[in-house]
Write a protein that binds this ligand. Structure first.
Ligand code: UGA
Length: 432
């Protein structure tokens, strides 16, 4: 099949390269010329495991992938995926303005198309956005009627940063939301090569249910982490190891072992934005989503709990404090909503001199927080520090040992269960 993907962010670039990998002809459209040039030169514009290899292979060897700034490329394709950002407004609700602009531009292009075309919304959008907002924008701009001259579908993504390529190529499920039969048929044609080789279950539904499945998934997982953090905080008060408790809980099939790592909580570009957006949407329908609100509240508290454990051991004003880990989770350079941000801000409020290190996310954090010291290694960060806070569970922190000798005082407060306590170290775990 011939596919156009609008947007070259984390999701757009990943699915464009993966669609090429399963045999489709793909054109990836983005307004940013430097991103387009990067892709066409065979490089991934983002840091994502296994993505560079796919971009190189399919732009340089199979030639099934190319990038362009030209929307007219859509006209040579059968299906278009909309992968544009859906940021949040100040009140947490979804901001669809970029989606609307993209949909309008797509609609204007589709006005020229002679035959049927299917548009598939991939971005995370609150229920009814496809039906009530995006489809009418395309209809107006194209001068065409959905269901008659073009079709619309919604296909949520469940890709995790850091493992997005793997998650695409070996999915737990494929959700196909469509409001007309021809759109559904086109969506099957896109995903059949993947489904045939993986046996992934396919869920067929309408667009608003597909939209909700995405929020339900992320809301459930965010709430699961907040629940284990709530339980973990109680464990800490009783001197119990929350990880021992979680290991036993995870043996129950009804609970499962994943997303039971308690600690500093969730960040990133998805859980915080999506929980806020669905909470705002629910309130807009006059419903107060008490569980999701509590999940956000527990999450917001974890950084302050980490800092208060530090306060129990040392007054950090005027002292150097090491922060290990800046990315919102290991395996990515993304610092959006990283729990390290409120931790660093709390240290600054306490008058500490903050020295920070991350294997890959330093430059991204420097843009957000330029006023702290950034070091090139964990050892340099720990040198002369009076305390250390751990915010991301990178593998390389797990093997730190003699590096702690360079500290003036070996006080370590671990937010991610990642440091091996050693003799001479005062070690505090956030929930253990
Ligand atoms: C999340 C979902 O897992 C994906 O399925 C979804 O497609 C994506 O959002 C999205 O909406 O695009 P991601 O944000 O990449 O993916 O990160 P996760 O691996 O889910 O982790 C989210 C946060 O939860 C991280 O800060 C992580 O440290 C934290 N977490 C996760 C815990 O604190 N404990 C756990 O046990 C698991």
């Amino acid at each position: 099949m011939s596919i156009s993907v609008i947007g070259s962010g984390y999701v757009g670039t990943t699915i464009a390269a993966c669609f090429a990998d399963i045999g489709h002809e793909v054109v990836n459209i983005d307004v940013d010329e430097s991103i387009v040039d990067t892709i066409n030169s065979g490089e991934a514009p983002i840091h994502e495991d296994a993505l560079s290899e796919l971009v190189r292979e399919h732009t340089q060897e199979t030639k099934r992938l190319e990038a362009t700034t030209d929307y007219d490329s859509v006209l040579d394709t059968d299906v278009t995926f909309l992968c544009l950002p859906t940021p949040q407004n100040e009140d947490g609700s979804i901001d669809l303005s970029i989606m609307k602009t993209g949909a309008e531009q797509l609609g204007e292009t589709l006005a020229e198309k002679q035959d049927w075309h299917t548009v598939i919304v991939k971005s995370t959008v609150i229920p009814r956005s496809t039906e009530d907002v995006i489809t009418p924008v395309i209809e107006d701009a194209a001068g065409k009627t959905a269901g008659e001259e073009f079709g619309v579908g919604m296909n949520p993504e469940f890709l995790r940063e850091g493992t997005a390529v793997h998650d695409f190529l070996d999915p737990d499920k494929v959700v196909l939301g469509a409001d007309d039969e021809r759109a559904l048929t086109d969506m099957h044609d896109v995903f059949d090569p993947l489904v045939e080789r993986t046996d992934a279950p396919v869920v067929e539904t309408d667009t608003k249910t597909a939209e909700m499945i995405k929020y339900a998934n992320n809301g459930f997982l965010a709430a699961k982490v907040s629940l284990i953090n709530d339980i973990g905080n109680i464990c800490k008060e009783f001197g119990i190891d929350a990880y021992e408790v979680a290991d036993a809980m995870g043996l129950d099939d009804r609970i499962g072992e994943q997303f039971l790592r308690s600690g500093l909580g969730w960040g990133g570009s998805c859980f915080p934005k999506d929980t806020n957006a669905i909470i705002a949407a629910a309130r807009n329908q006059n419903y107060d989503p008490a569980m999701l609100e509590a999940a956000v509240e527990v999450n917001d508290r974890q950084p302050e709990r980490l800092l208060s454990l530090l306060d129990d051991h040392i007054e950090v004003s005027g002292k150097r404090v090491a922060v290990l880990g800046l990315a919102f989770k290991p395996g990515t350079d993304d610092v959006r909503n990283s729990r390290a941000i409120p931790v660093i801000e709390g240290l600054q409020e306490r008058g500490a001199t903050v020295a920070a290190y991350d294997p890959v996310a330093t430059e991204n954090m420097r843009e957000q927080l330029p006023d702290i010291e950034y070091e090139d290694s964990a050892e340099a960060t720990l040198t002369d520090a009076s305390a250390c806070l751990v915010c991301t569970d990178w593998d390389e922190f797990e093997v730190l040992d003699e590096e702690f000798d360079a500290m003036t005082q070996q006080i370590v407060v671990d937010g991610r269960r990642c440091i091996a306590p050693r003799e001479g170290m005062t070690y505090e775990g956030l929930t253990w």
